[in-house]
Ligand binder design. Structure first.
Ligand SMILES: Cc1ncc(C[n+]2csc(CCOP(=O)(O)OP(=O)(O)O)c2C)c(N)n1
Ligand code: SF4
Ligand SMILES: [Mg+2]
Length: 431
């Protein structure tokens, strides 16, 4: 994922969504083929293709083009990971975003997941959020481990870079990528097995380091890929389809994230685009590890009565703690919220999160309140969703490391390899 061209990369340390119109990507040429029509809000129930919730764009069917694809118009020069170098202005496309791209350009390959899988709905929300923000895909590294959830990065942002790691080891790969190129937008998708079971140690340390990344857990309470065994997030008393009872208490991924020092903790449901899409946008703007624990039902192995991770259960039990809006820093629109009922959280890049109070008075910048909320949810068996905690002044790991402005991956050999003489001196000093 390194920039192998040695090009100068400008504006290191800018926000992922801060490169307004600096690096327009090639615009896909419409072809007569393939991509199904964009679906509306019902997001991926009964379809195996990530539908794009709330989409009004996508004129015509256009197949996503690869970076540097010869069939594209505009700037067809290949882009390198994290490159923020300005090129030509965006080509205006009806219904296009600030880069001149349509929502279709943010899709990936056709999904091979089961029809109705919650993970496809999450992919559709990532597509829509990235389109809305005008994310530059060549700056994105999609990261995952192993599982149905971890397969899903193939189904969104088809022009981005990607790395499918060993089971539970995605955070290490993300850390390496983020350090090698601080301009990368790290967008990780994991599962409850990948994160709460085999990967719990890695989850703890990436959060503790506060690596700037979006960490989405598609949580279905089971190991979907290996046919539905309980994971460590399965609720006490939950039953498998076969009737097997779970007798172990669950690990609450938001609760432990707070314990590990997380600076952004949210919980949502794959079938709630109005809440999940602004949360994904806020996570992309956050300077640190942004955890979003998403209840994402496995319709094949955990959709029966007795499951506490089914679509019906989530619909019947979801209690949003606020309604959430996100205004990116480049958008100057006025938000129509009554004063006194809204909490505004300003992020380091100037983006704003608006939280409209519902039935409870909750301040997501108060860590102790966040802990109480999670305790209450566990005690009362409530499925409370929304932004649970955020530290708007969070400092990401690469800020702490005193790295040079220029991404390490772009430094020439002469600057990263010590001369023979220097190595000899080090060896000598160790004798
Ligand atoms: C080291 C290792 N151990 C076990 C497995 C088998 N395995 C593959 S996926 C998986 C669990 C996936 O569960 P989860 O992360 O919840 O993803 P889901 O399929 O539910 O989306 C397991 C145990 C493996 N691939 N590698
Ligand atoms: S087995 Fe479950 S988690 Fe995997 S694709 Fe099917 S529905 Fe989704
Ligand atoms: Mg799972």
């Amino acid at each position: 994922m390194n920039d192998t061209t040695g090009q100068t990369v400008l504006d290191a340390g800018r926000s992922p969504i801060d490169a307004q119109a600096t690096t327009p990507l090639p615009v896909a040429v419409a072809t007569a083929n393939s991509e199904p029509k964009v679906e509306s809000d019902k997001a991926a129930t009964g379809v195996s293709k990530p539908a794009v919730a709330d989409d009004k764009a996508a004129p015509g069917d256009s197949k996503p083009a690869l970076v540097g694809d010869k069939t594209t118009t505009g700037d067809s020069k290949p882009k390198t990971a994290g490159d923020t170098k300005p090129t030509s202005p965006p080509v205006k496309v009806p219904g296009g975003n600030r880069l001149g791209l349509t929502v279709t350009d943010y899709r990936g390959a056709d999904s091979t997941l089961c029809a109705g899988c919650g993970h496809d709905a999450v992919s559709s929300h990532i597509i829509k959020a990235s389109f809305d923000l005008g994310i530059e895909q060549h700056r994105v590294a999609k990261l995952s481990g192993i599982g149905c959830s971890s397969k899903s990065p193939a189904y969104f942002l088809g022009r981005a870079f990607g790395f499918n790691s060993v089971h539970g080891r995605m955070p290490s790969v993300a850390t390496g990528a983020g350090i090698a190129n601080r301009n990368l937008i790290l967008l990780a998708v994991s599962g409850d097995g990948d994160t709460a079971s085999i990967g719990l140690g890695q989850y703890a340390h990436v959060i503790r380091r506060n690596l700037k990344m979006v960490y989405i857990v598609e949580n279905n309470g089971v190991y979907g890929l290996t046919k539905g065994q309980f994971s460590a997030t399965a609720d006490l008393g939950a039953r498998q389809k076969s009737g097997v009872l779970n007798e172990l208490p669950p690990i609450d991924l938001c609760g432990v994230a707070l314990e590990f020092g997380a600076t952004f903790v949210a919980r949502s449901f794959s079938g709630d685009p109005k809440q999940l899409q602004p949360l994904i946008k806020a996570a992309l703007a956050h300077n640190g590890t942004a955890v979003i624990d998403v209840l994402s039902p496995c319709v094949t192995f955990n959709e029966h009565e007795g499951s506490t991770k089914s679509r019906q259960w989530a619909r019947d039990n979801e209690i949003p703690i606020h309604s959430i809006g996100f205004v990116p820093h480049f958008d100057q629109i006025n938000v129509d919220y009554d004063p006194g009922t809204v909490k505004e959280v300003k992020l380091h890049d100037g983006s704003r999160i608006h939280l409209k109070k519902l039935d409870r008075d909750f301040d997501p910048t108060d860590r102790a309140a966040a802990r109480r909320l999670i305790d209450e949810a566990t005690r009362e068996k409530l499925f409370l969703t929304g932004l649970i905690y955020i530290n708007p002044k969070s400092e990401g790991f690469t800020d702490l490391l005193d790295l040079p402005e220029r991404p390490l991956g772009t430094l020439p050999d002469a600057e990263v390899r010590p001369e023979r003489k220097v190595l000899d001196e080090i060896m000598e000093s160790l004798r």
